[in-house]
Design a binder for this molecule. Structure first.
Ligand code: PLP
Length: 410
């Protein structure tokens, strides 16, 4: 189900023609659909509703826009954060502190302190020393920090190497082989209320088998920890489910995912936490752009658009594909190289790709940019951060301004 569809040969976001947004706000612009966000959020929760004491923490890194977070808070989502900035954003957007989970391999003392003072619901510890520091910070406040230990299950998620997080050589979590001993030591600290485990093996996963293998390893660890006398009440299963960037991409259904989780965790007797990001926001956004030039090339012409790698980094970073489509297609196609104006050859969205035929001045979109789109943007080449617009039915609102970080001359 897409909330970006053609009506009278003009691409709309819900009931709003994209050309109206371009006219009002300019391009490039990130456009989100509120209905798509609601749909994805409700589908995720509903698929997993039968699991015990399930909690849902949206991975803020996927899309930290305040309007998006506010909408998700209203759908029962908390937040999975990885920085003090994301903590601030989640709180300012109305996320309940108790629903905030703090992941991340490099939390500073300042960030840990601020999160403690905000009374967040869960710290996901990534190394033993972090647990000791957090315990001290909590103890001097007369508190016990609610914490779980993130384990690295040493499973290859079968996704792009740069977004794989669950192999032994990755920086995340503690080795599952050492986890029980580390848990013993951290479990004795006065400033921690250590009550479970967490894992997250990677993003844009298209196969449930690695997830299942990782979850099973965690299941064995739960048994081991209980045998050592620990009380395990919560396991955070992370995020990672992929979305179809190409029509032919095969992504497991939420129903299959929920059935797998139910099967694997049936005897765990814990509450489960989920940290979905991409699957909630990815298909709820497009990046709209205008063609600046169609420039002759050797094998194919270059379609130079006004969006660039600073607006959408995934193609340059991971060779990722985002479908390009004209806002008012002529029905004809062309083979072209798609590039932005940034002074890097890597500022390329596609090579020798068959696309809708476009000409100078035409509007087009890159699809499925609602997650890891604006959130990974930069102002490289002194380009402004592109605005963000939220469409809801027949209305739209600017929810992020076009802005360039300012500096002062010395
Ligand atoms: N949780 C953690 C700890 C992550 O690092 C990430 C992203 O990499 C996520 C959740 C969200 O992943 P996804 O957007 O693939 O669901």
């Amino acid at each position: 189900m897409s909330f970006f569809a053609y009506k009278d040969n003009a691409l709309h976001a819900e009931d709003v023609p994209l050309s109206a947004i371009a006219e009002a706000v300019g391009t490039p612009v990130h456009v989100y659909s509120a209905a798509a966000l609601r749909h994805a959020a409700d589908a995720f929760r509903s698929a997993l509703r039968t699991l015990p004491a399930a909690r849902f923490a949206f991975a803020v890194k996927a899309n930290p826009n305040s309007a998006v977070l506010r909408l998700l808070a209203g759908r029962g989502f908390g937040a999975d954060i990885v920085s003090g900035g994301e903590l601030r954003r989640a709180l300012d957007s109305g996320m309940a502190p108790a629903g905030i989970v703090f992941s991340g391999v490099g939390k500073t003392d300042r960030e840990l302190s601020d999160a403690l003072d905000a009374n967040i619901g869960q710290f996901n510890l990534e190394l033993e020393e972090e647990g000791r520091v957090l315990s001290r910070l909590a103890y001097v406040r007369g508190r016990r920090a609610p914490a779980v230990l993130r384990v690295n299950p040493d499973v290859d998620a079968g996704t792009h190497a740069k977004i794989s997080t669950g192999r032994r050589e990755n920086k995340f979590g503690v080795s599952i082989a050492d986890a029980a001993d580390i848990y013993d030591r951290l479990g004795r600290l006065d400033g921690l209320h250590l009550h479970g485990l967490a894992l997250h093996i990677g993003s844009q996963l298209s196969d449930l088998a690695p997830l299942e293998a990782a979850y099973r390893r965690v299941g064995e660890l739960i048994l081991e920890l209980r045998a050592r006398g620990h009380v395990i009440t919560r396991v955070d299963l992370g995020g990672g489910l992929g979305i179809p960037y190409r029509e032919e991409d095969h992504i497991p259904s939420l129903t299959d995912y929920a059935a797998m989780v139910a099967r694997v965790t049936a005897q765990w007797n814990v509450g489960l936490t989920f940290e979905p990001g991409r699957i909630i926001a990815g298909l709820a956004g497009v990046l709209m752009t205008r063609v600046i030039w169609v420039k002759p090339g050797t094998a194919a012409p270059f379609v130079i658009v006004d969006a660039a790698m600073n607006d959408l980094a995934r193609p340059a970073m991971y060779g990722a594909y985002h479908r390009f489509a004209a806002v008012q297609p002529s029905g004809e196609t062309m083979v072209a190289n798609l590039a932005g104006p940034v002074c890097e050859t890597g500022d390329t969205f596609g090579t020798n790709q068959e696309i809708d035929r476009v000409a100078r001045g035409d509007l087009a979109v890159f699809h499925a940019t609602g997650a890891y789109g604006a959130s990974m943007a930069s102002s490289y080449n002194c380009r402004p951060l592109s605005p963000q617009v939220l469409v809801d039915g027949g209305r739209f609102e600017v929810v992020g301004e076009r802005a360039i970080p300012t500096e002062r001359a010395a």
